[in-house]
Structure formats: structure tokens, C-alpha cells
Design a protein. Structure first.
Length: 81
């Protein structure tokens, strides 16, 4: 199955340099980025390896990734202005 990339660099190409700067200089946002990447990696593992997973668990992970993405976007927009 072809899996669309959802890593932060692909999700927010306009903020790539800011993301990398904040990973090094803002502990709170670095933790948020790490949490996003962890959830995303778990989703990718399920999709690419067809790992057995309950539907509700998979949907919960995708919703968690979306909530984290929203929080990150808000933080990036705030920091870029």
C-alpha cells in the first residue's frame, strides 16, 4: 500500500526551518513534535506492514495525530508572526 507521508516536513513545508530551530530551542514544542512523530510512526507501521490493529485503535491514533498537528500548526503560526 502506498502511504502518504505525514511527517512534519511534508505537512508544513513552509515552516521546515522554524520546526528545526524550535526542536533545538523550545523544549515544550520539541516534546510536541516528538509526540507527533511517535504517533505518526505507529500509524505508518500499521499501514505499511499491515500490522493487525483494531479499527477503533487505528482511528484513535489518526485522531490523536490530527489533534497534535492542529496544536503544532497553531504554535508555528504564532511563532512565525
Amino acid at each position: 500500500m502506498q502511504v502518504e507521508p505525514h511527517d512534519l516536513d511534508h505537512e508544513f513545508p513552509e515552516f521546515v526551518s522554524l520546526i528545526h530551530e524550535l526542536k533545538e530551542n523550545d523544549g515544550r514544542l520539541a516534546h510536541l513534535f516528538d509526540e507527533y512523530e511517535k504517533v505518526n510512526a505507529e500509524i505508518v507501521d500499521i499501514e505499511e506492514n499491515e500490522r493487525p490493529c483494531e479499527y477503533i485503535e487505528f482511528e484513535t491514533l489518526k485522531k490523536q495525530r490530527l489533534r497534535l498537528k492542529d496544536q503544532i500548526y497553531l504554535a508555528l503560526r504564532t511563532r512565525s508572526h
